[in-house]
Write a protein that binds this ligand. Structure first.
Ligand SMILES: Cc1cc2nc3c(=O)[nH]c(=O)nc-3n(C[C@H](O)[C@H](O)[C@H](O)COP(=O)(O)OP(=O)(O)OC[C@H]3O[C@@H](n4cnc5c(N)ncnc54)[C@H](O)[C@@H]3O)c2cc1C
Length: 486
């Protein structure tokens, strides 16, 4: 029996395209990976990719070529499109642990020499100034309420409490704020990233797409060579954009401008978390799939068996499936057979975190100021409420002016505190992960509220399978009451 061999094909010795070919060739070659790699040159690898990946569409081969791409000083609005690629990994500058300087914002290319450009810059400056001015009053208030630890220096105390005041002040930062993000992705994903970016409505994203393509070409020249604008995306987006009822948008505008809780916002925010669809038989399906996995019966038989169980037998089966879960354990894959769809409204700061949950299917609406904005309680308690409200109102007025010019560009000026609507669909396994991670006491209060509320909705419809989630003893109403002004 040949010896088992497990080893690295090191990116220090082989290019990403060569590694991908070395793996791909195992499909037809009896040689070891080392032997295959030793026989490859970059030229031969490029020819292989031209023939198989590009020519015959065997695109999965490109997944073995992995790149790490650094993006610096890109707007948080552009980051949304960078991070919209499910099969990649990201780490981004945090609005919870870092502060922003007053000129750290992107000026949309589209504005060129348009008269609105100066107004845009002025409004962003006002937002950043108000953000910076808010840090100290909120920090001082927190310091008054928190005990210094024994021998704790000012710096150590500030480090410990920074996230608390930054968490509150971040509501003022607009989507134009610049940030850095690191992305790890394989060449197949990257090709799609570039195609989507080059086809994007925002000039900044298209420019970033060109730069990503240039950077990727230096490492994986063949695999991104044909990444180009996708007419399907460009034309379809344009046509659907025009299809949307302008009248509704106009009505929303009239009732929404710059109000903390616009009429449209209030009406719709009454329920910020609506379970719009779910699988009524979800629990039965999950339990049946579990029996199927460990048995030899058909799925229909497994389903009939679960349906024949009485309540306590079902509860017992659920307990067997999930009862041993500890906080960081991932439940069995069979939880993916129950799905849920939610129509959610959350502030933009929460959305920036929500969008990172790649396993979900998410459809956010464009960022506007028409649903009104949240007011963190500490802002008003620090005596900063009127400055906050004035800055939010200025942002809304600017947003409406920009909307006439181009609604996509208008998004840049919208601060994190404004509400945004997003449709999200996910399965019970992802629900476990999301609710536990984002409902935890160290999560930001905005997303904690969403996580608790989603948990409540799930528990209402599927109590047997949700009761094993590890969530702190807190309700979404308590989060709302503690952290937000009514
Ligand atoms: C306390 C805290 C601090 C954070 N700080 C930052 C920060 O400073 N900057 C920042 O950018 N983000 C930060 N995040 C966000 C974090 O990095 C995640 O992106 C985010 O929580 C989404 O979680 P996820 O990747 O586990 O979830 P999902 O994308 O929802 O994935 C669900 C699960 O699927 C699996 N999975 C999904 N994709 C992969 C993959 N590619 N490889 C392996 N397994 C995968 C994992 O088990 C994962 O938990 C922070 C999160 C927390 C909780």
């Amino acid at each position: 029996m040949p010896d088992r061999q497990i080893y690295l094909l090191s990116p220090r010795e082989l290019s990403p395209e060569t590694i991908a070919v070395a793996f791909a060739k195992t499909s037809r070659s009896p040689e070891s990976f080392r032997e295959i790699a030793a026989g490859l040159t970059e030229e031969k690898s490029a020819q292989f990719h031209e023939k198989w990946v590009v020519g015959y569409g065997h695109a999965s081969v490109a997944e073995h070529a992995v790149l790490h791409i650094a993006f610096e000083n890109v707007s948080r609005l552009a980051i949304e499109s960078i991070e919209s690629n499910r099969l990649a990994s990201y780490t981004e500058k945090s609005t919870r642990y870092q502060k922003w300087g007053t000129d750290n914002f992107f000026v949309p290319t589209e504005l060129g020499n348009h008269p609105l450009r100066d107004e845009f810059i002025e409004t962003c400056r006002l937002l950043f100034r108000t953000y910076n001015d808010s840090l100290n009053p909120v920090r001082t208030l927190i310091l008054k309420r928190v005990q210094r630890r024994e021998n704790e220096s000012d710096e150590a105390m500030d480090r410990r409490l920074r996230s608390q005041y930054v968490d509150v002040c971040r509501f003022l930062l607009p989507a134009a704020s610049l940030a850095n993000v690191g992305m790890t992705a394989n060449a197949r994903v990257l090709e799609n990233v570039i195609r989507k970016m080059l086809s994007h409505e925002l000039a900044e994203v298209r420019e970033i797409g060109e730069q990503v393509k240039a950077v990727a070409k230096s490492e994986i020249p063949t695999l991104v060579k044909y990444a180009d604008v996708v007419p399907y995306l460009v034309e379809t987006n344009k046509e659907l954009d025009g299809y949307v009822n302008r009248k509704t948008k106009n009505e929303n505008r009239e009732s929404g401008i710059g109000n903390r809780k616009s009429e449209i916002g209030n009406r719709k925010l009454n329920d910020f978390c609506v379970l719009v669809d779910y699988d009524k038989d979800g629990e039965t399906k999950v339990l049946a799939a579990t029996l199927y996995r460990f048995g030899e019966m058909t799925y229909a038989d497994a389903l009939n068996h679960v349906k024949s169980l009485n309540e306590s037998q079902r509860v017992q089966l659920a307990d067997t499936l999930l009862g041993r879960l500890e906080e960081h354990d991932i439940p069995l894959r069979e939880l993916e057979y129950a799905t849920y769809a939610f129509d959610l409204v959350m502030d933009q700061g929460a959305y920036a975190e929500f969008k990172r949950h790649r396993m979900m299917t998410q459809t956010p609406q464009m960022l506007t100021t028409r649903l009104g904005y949240a007011v963190p309680r500490l802002i008003t308690e620090a005596g900063f409420g009127s400055e906050y409200e004035a800055a939010m109102k200025a942002a809304a007025e600017m947003c409406e002016k920009l909307d006439e010019f181009d609604p996509r560009v208008a998004q840049y000026v919208v601060p994190n505190g404004y509400y945004r609507r997003v449709l999200a669909q996910f399965n019970l396994r992802e629900a476990y992960h999301f609710c536990q991670l984002r409902g935890a006491s160290n999560a930001h209060f905005s997303i904690r509220k969403i996580a608790h509320r989603i948990h409540d909705e799930l528990a209402r419809v599927h109590p047997a399978l949700t009761k094993f989630m590890h969530l702190p003893d807190e309700t979404w109403q308590e989060v709302e009451e503690k952290y937000f002004v009514d």
